[in-house]
Design a protein around this ligand. Structure first.
Ligand SMILES: NC(=O)c1ccc[n+]([C@@H]2O[C@H](COP(=O)([O-])OP(=O)(O)OC[C@H]3O[C@@H](n4cnc5c(N)ncnc54)[C@H](OP(=O)(O)O)[C@@H]3O)[C@@H](O)[C@H]2O)c1
Length: 221
């Protein structure tokens, strides 16, 4: 059974990912800050650690202490207005810790609007999301130059709705729309299980929640 480490796992995409991994029989270790969330995470069968990702030594200790780990999934995210933001620094600490601990596989959740998808966003969204996307861009750049076997998933607008099973990934950088967090989790696990996703950056959306009419191709994994 493969051992997957999830950074930022107490709620939303991270928690959905932990649940999905456990349902599929993976051994899971994860971290987050709020100890109140520990019982719910541990009820999935995952091992939960309380770690602040701003603390580089704590991240290193958590990931090294969980060894051997086969893959790390980073779903860390902050709230609008957070200063400093966790998006870059937290991912950077996870990337460095993965390298130190010999974890070569790294899956990273950022957002549509990063990198070559910036122009797809409307001006208002660029203004609102700009600071978070700038931090995520720096984190993506660190990952691209890390030498790790990375896969980046950039979801559209995230919804707390139940999974539809209609989530997909695409290399098309013009797509816009929404997707449930549970469907993002399903796509993360799908990417984890396909070596064809190594070195790729995907947009993640739901076929029924697209906001673009232009044709696009889904990625074949
Ligand atoms: N909102 C959207 O529409 C949207 C769209 C596309 C992409 N995204 C991105 O997708 C990702 C997942 O978003 P989400 O809304 O599902 O989750 P989220 O609410 O951003 O949750 C992030 C997780 O990270 C943990 N976390 C945050 N700061 C931490 C720290 N300093 N140390 C340790 N853990 C920390 C949180 O737990 P604790 O607070 O307990 O630490 C939580 O488990 C984020 O990167 C988000 O920016 C969001």
């Amino acid at each position: 059974m493969a051992h997957v480490f999830v950074a930022g796992a107490s709620r939303r995409v991270g928690f959905e990912t932990v649940k999905r991994l456990r349902e599929k029989g993976y051994e899971v270790t994860c971290f987050f800050r709020n100890a109140d969330d520990k019982p719910a995470v541990e009820a999935t069968g995952a091992k939960a650690l309380i770690v602040d990702a701003f603390d580089e030594n704590a991240v290193n200790d958590a990931i090294a202490g969980a060894s051997p780990v086969d893959a790390l999934i980073c779903t860390l995210g902050g709230k609008p207005g957070d200063e400093p933001r966790i998006d870059h620094i937290g991912a950077k600490h996870c990337i460095n810790a993965a390298k130190s601990a010999g974890v070569s596989r790294f899956l990273f959740v950022t957002a549509i609007g990063c990198g070559d998808t910036w122009d797809t966003l409307e001006e208002k969204a660029q203004e609102f999301l700009g600071p978070s996307l700038a931090a995520k861009n720096l984190a993506e750049a660190d990952l691209f130059s890390s030498g790790l076997d990375y896969t980046v998933l950039r979801p559209g607008a995230l919804l707390d709705d139940p999974a539809t099973g209609e989530g997909f990934v695409t290399l098309d950088n013009k797509v816009l729309g929404a997707v449930s967090r549970a469907d993002v989790a399903a796509q993360l696990v799908r990417c984890l299980e396909s070596d064809r996703t190594i070195g790729q950056v995907y947009q993640v959306l739901d076929r029924g929640k697209m906001r673009t009419d232009a044709p696009f191709e889904e990625a074949v994994l």
